[in-house]
Design a protein around this ligand. Structure first.
Ligand code: ADP
Ligand code: ADP
Length: 228
């Protein structure tokens, strides 16, 4: 079951930089996919197309049943709510507690109070932060803040989680704790697309690897490491 497809997708920015050049891929339900490549390869452009933060210059991008080029602006919030999104820099609300940071994602979709309580406690348990629900982000380590961000990303049970360098600011030990959580989320059937520079995690996890260089897909293997 395809969750994400790109057909003949190219992206040229105003300054004529060709960030993606005829990209063709299909990502199916339940896959765990690493997007790798050197700086400037086109990884961020690839990720931003999935969130409709930018539009393709040509070709077709489909995400969760939405056609990125053809969809109406008013539907963009629904696309984004159907995805769990995790950033390198966590992007938590500094003046809200851990609990409120996660609950906020459900309040915007006007979920009932009891469902919010039950779901927030449940996802904080998944990421191992149930006891810290009253803390503010500044009282947490970087790894803990990223775990809150992951809890927020999954609380509405998205079918796809999109993570852009989620461990980029973390030390190796903390990184493994975070990867274990993504692994668990993937085991429950959620599709995961993760851009990363971390050779160690890609080599160890042995999942699908899509390597981009100069805007082109130069390697796409069902199970492999960073370079081979
Ligand atoms: P990566 O994430 O792999 O570092 P990017 O997708 O950010 O790669 O960049 C791919 C290419 O597109 C680079 O040449 C970069 O300079 C260019 N680029 C990226 N974003 C923009 C932009 N907003 N405007 C113009 N050029 C851009
Ligand atoms: P790390 O070594 O992973 O960066 P820290 O040393 O920042 O972790 O934090 C270790 C523990 O202390 C964490 O559980 C964190 O929640 C707690 N902690 C860190 N800073 C504060 C703070 N300012 N107030 C309360 N608890 C804190």
């Amino acid at each position: 079951q395809p969750m994400i497809t790109m057909e003949h997708v190219s992206k040229k920015y105003e300054n004529d930089a060709l960030a993606l050049d005829d990209v063709n891929i299909t990502i199916n339900k339940g896959e765990f996919v690493f997007i790798v490549g050197p700086s400037g390869a086109g990884k961020s452009t690839f990720m931003r197309l999935l969130l409709r933060e930018t539009l393709p210059s040509s070709g077709t991008v489909k995400v969760n049943g939405y056609n990125i080029s053809k969809m109406k602006n008013k539907d963009v919030p629904y696309l984004r709510r159907s995805l769990g999104i995790v950033f390198q820099d966590y992007r938590l609300l500094p003046n809200k507690t851990v609990y409120e940071n996660v609950a906020f994602a459900m309040r915007v979709i006007e979920a009932p109070r009891r469902l919010i309580q039950r779901s927030v406690i449940s996802v904080l348990d998944v990421v191992g932060l149930k006891e810290k629900y009253r803390c503010f982000p500044s009282q947490l380590s970087g790894g803990e803040q990223q775990r809150v961000a992951i809890a927020r990303a999954i609380v509405n049970q998205p079918s796809i989680v999109i993570a852009d360098e989620p461990t980029g600011n973390l030390d190796p030990e903390t990184t493994w704790g975070i990867m274990e959580i993504f692994h668990r989320i993937n085991q429950s059937g959620t599709t995961i697309v993760m851009a990363t520079h971390n050779k160690d995690i890609v080599d160890t996890m042995q999942r699908r690897v899509i390597a981009i260089s100069d805007g082109k897909i130069i390697r796409d293997v069902a199970q492999g490491g960073y370079d081979d």
